[in-house]
Design a protein around this ligand. Structure first.
Ligand SMILES: *Cc1c(COP(=O)(O)O)cnc(C)c1O
Length: 386
């Protein structure tokens, strides 16, 4: 389906609400039935009928339809956070005694889900370097039920070959799932390569305004129904109708925002290429990237996230550089209007935490919607400290 059709019309039945352009926030916990016939029909299909807003809500439903269409899957669910969507997808496909294979550097709380949470319930896991399918094949056990991918991840952007992983997993009867937050459905559609479940932290590009935390799960009708009836309804990590309306609004400008971030990131990366204080950069479409060919094969673009290792011999200079940046905000997350930096050095010397293995000269940048020239001015003056 055409992207403009999805973002501007799909799921929006305007005649039902006074031909309003913007869909109403149906802020109702429950829905009444005029007769027993309709009561019974609704309880036969809580996923698609309107019974109770822990299950389905009309505003949330509009968002679900658009997200499924964007990823090219039959259906979608939304959750109160990306972590909630990821947990539902993983937990819903394992039981005690099962085994999960996961690429080695997923989002930190995904890693915690496997290492700390699921370990308590007798679910085992193996982290593997997913850049080579042979490592995934070698980790396979007869009780392997899930292959968890994140391609690219959001620090150093290692990729997995989605078509090859999906083909291998199908033949083993293993369910594949991917965190597709980095690419968004506009730059990578994992279902088109045969991946079973596509997950997002919609907090990032999909909402895009740094004002909602939201999770997305896209899959077949059958998988969505299974996860709706077990994880969504029992664990109850739902999105509110009000937040759903904000995400629908955010989605309207997704193509424009993504193009802008992508173009500005490339413009700034070009400048960094020639800068004497830059050791190297990480960006899937950059000529230094080890998996450039694979990235270009399965992705249509990269967006605004990249990482840089700076040339400096002193942590004090690194800290001075960070403190001189004024137009980049120091904050986690990404995908909003505002440009951000996460300096690895900020994770050093935190009481009660081990120092990271990533060097302190490393920073992750997110380029938002500002003018790239204005951002570069700030970066260039700060790099004088290095
Ligand atoms: C932020 C993020 C998550 C977690 O999503 P929340 O919406 O914060 O729960 C998962 N994966 C990736 C890649 C992320 O960047």
């Amino acid at each position: 389906m055409n992207i403009s059709e999805i973002l501007n019309h799909l799921g929006e039945d305007r005649e039902q609400y006074f031909n309003a352009i913007s869909p109403p926030v149906i802020q109702s916990s429950n829905f009444a039935f005029p007769d027993l016939h309709q009561f019974r029909a609704a309880f036969a299909d809580e996923l698609n009928q309107h019974v109770y807003s822990r299950g389905n809500n009309p505003t949330v439903e509009i968002l679900r339809k658009k997200l499924a269409a964007l990823e090219g899957t039959e259906d979608a669910l939304v959750f109160s956070s990306g972590a909630g969507a990821i947990a539902a997808a993983v937990i819903g496909n394992v039981k005690a005694g099962d085994h999960i294979i996961c690429q080695q550097a997923p989002y930190s709380w995904t890693s915690a889900l496997l290492r700390k949470f699921l370990a308590r319930f007798g679910v085992d896991h193996t982290f593997v370097d997913g850049t080579d399918l042979a490592n995934i094949e070698a980790a396979y056990r007869p009780n392997t039920k899930v292959l968890y991918l994140e391609s690219p991840n959001t620090m150093t952007f290692e990729c997995q070959d989605l078509a090859a992983c999906a083909a291998w997993a199908k033949q083993k009867g293993v369910v594949t799932m991917i965190d597709n937050s980095y690419s968004s459905p506009l730059y990578q559609q994992p279902a088109s390569f045969g991946i079973d479940i596509v997950l997002h932290s919609g907090t990032k590009y999909l909402n895009g305004h740094s004002d909602v935390v939201v999770g997305v799960l896209c899959a077949s009708k059958e998988m969505v129904r299974k996860l709706f009836e077990s994880e969504l309804m029992t664990l109850g990590g739902i999105l509110s109708p009000h937040d759903a309306a904000l995400v629908i609004r955010g989605l309207r400008t997704l193509p424009l925002r993504l193009q802008r971030s992508d173009a500005s990131a490339r413009w700034i990366l070009d400048k960094l290429d020639d800068h004497p204080k830059v050791e190297r950069v990480w960006y899937p479409f950059h000529h230094q990237f080890e998996q450039l060919e694979l990235a270009q094969k399965q992705m249509g673009g990269c967006g605004g996230l990249f990482s840089v290792q700076f040339k400096t011999d002193s942590p004090e200079k690194m800290e001075a550089f960070i403190h001189r940046l004024k137009r980049f905000l120091m904050a986690v997350s990404w995908g909003g209007h505002e440009s951000l930096i996460i300096p690895t050095i900020g994770f050093y010397h935190i009481p009660g935490r081990e120092n990271p293995t990533i060097p302190w000269t490393f920073c992750r940048f997110y380029i938002g919607l500002e003018e790239p020239e204005w951002l570069w001015e700030d970066l260039e003056q700060a790099m004088e400290e290095l």
